[in-house]
Design a protein around this ligand. Structure first.
Ligand SMILES: *Cc1c(COP(=O)(O)O)cnc(C)c1O
Length: 352
């Protein structure tokens, strides 16, 4: 049995490594663990697991609608935002059509588009930032989607509201613009785009958010997409009937309401990100300014070897060869103790 001929060069996803006993700073999870409110919601819901979940996840949609100032028909819940990204391609891409994205960004965009039989056109980064002009120039009459990750994984860099407005003016009407905002909760810069306001005036926008990062529920696989009711109806057309489980929906709804946990997660990240960046500066290691919960830096050597040595020293990070940055590393901002352990291990590994 052969795989589809057009997929023979597709490589299965390689996740951030998890090693028993090692500190995991490889997948940008919340180092504080889950919200206690989410855990309690799961305990309360345990008896209901013999029944199918609500395939529309209305409880969570309604909570999000209220919080974001949207209507419920502008929201769909996914099995992680990964699923929603793949669904955008399922709904709009077919052989002969393409999508546009940056180089050195999240791999799920390519995955979904290739599965749908389309191709991905990529523009290089400019000094670690998205080159929105180059991205706009790649759009042709066969382009159906542009994927923009803001802040970007793995660089942590962002584009501003003004840059987005300029970009939108250059894009024709029938192109979906996906804003993947997995890390928006960590952003401090005031010129970051208010994407919900952009969505209110521009029906080409689809925003994805996730419960895997600041909401601390990566194992439960919950993401959300916000868009016009028409676009949401298209995603519902291609979505599996029961794509997110009851425990996941209940936990996400509870976590969404736990502002104390959200604030603490955000504050811890802001303080520790600053310290981590200062420590990299001290060591003369170039890094991109991060608005996310990770920092991306250049080691000027083969980062996969460094990755193996750090792993032996008990810390797991993400080497970025698969993102086209073979000498760079992405490290999640952990707790104070985790970051100190990481820096100690880094010093040792760099002197080997
Ligand atoms: C982590 C991440 C996501 C979230 O994926 P889930 O499927 O929701 O866990 C989405 N986009 C980017 C860029 C990410 O880094």
């Amino acid at each position: 049995m052969d795989i589809r001929a057009d997929l023979t060069d597709l490589i299965p996803y390689s996740a951030g490594k998890s090693v028993a006993g090692a500190i995991k700073l490889s997948s940008n999870e919340n180092p504080l663990g889950p919200s206690p409110k989410a855990l309690e919601a799961i305990r309360q819901a345990l008896n209901s697991i013999a029944l199918y979940p609500d395939g529309r996840a209305l409880e969570l949609c309604n909570a999000l609608a209220e919080k974001m100032g949207l209507s419920t028909d502008q929201i769909v819940i996914g099995n992680g935002s990964d699923e929603l990204l793949v669904l955008t391609a399922q709904a709009y891409i077919q052989p002969g059509f393409n999508a546009v994205a940056s180089e050195s960004t999240f791999s799920e965009y390519t995955f979904g588009v290739r599965l749908a039989g389309g191709t991905l056109k990529k523009a290089p980064l400019k000094d670690g930032f998205f080159d929105l002009e180059a991205l706009a120039a790649l759009i042709d009459d066969k382009t159906r989607i542009v994927y923009l990750c803001n802040p970007n994984n793995p660089t942590g860099t962002y584009f501003t509201a003004t840059q987005l407005d300029t970009f939108l003016k250059k894009v024709t009407q029938d192109v979906l613009i996906v804003l993947d905002e997995a890390y928006i909760d960590y952003v401090d810069e005031v010129d970051f785009p208010h994407s919900l306001e952009v969505l209110a005036r521009d029906s080409r926008i689809l925003i994805t958010r996730t419960f895997s990062k600041i909401y601390g529920l990566a194992a439960l696989r919950v993401g959300a997409a916000f868009a016009s009711p028409t676009i949401i109806s298209h995603l519902l057309t291609v979505k599996q009937p029961f794509n997110s489980g009851t425990l996941s929906i209940k936990a996400a709804t509870a976590a969404l309401g736990d502002s104390e946990y959200w604030n603490e997660s955000r504050t811890t990240n802001r303080e520790q990100r600053k310290l981590l960046q200062a420590a990299l500066r001290e060591r003369g290691l170039p890094f991109y300014p991060s608005q996310a919960n990770f920092v991306c830096f250049d080691t000027s050597r083969d980062a996969s070897e460094l990755f193996h040595n750090l792993q032996k020293l008990g810390v797991s990070i993400r080497p970025l060869a698969s993102f086209g940055l073979p000498t760079w590393i992405r490290v999640t901002v952990g707790t104070k103790e985790q970051n100190q352990a990481f820096l100690l291990a880094l010093d040792k590994a760099l002197s080997l």
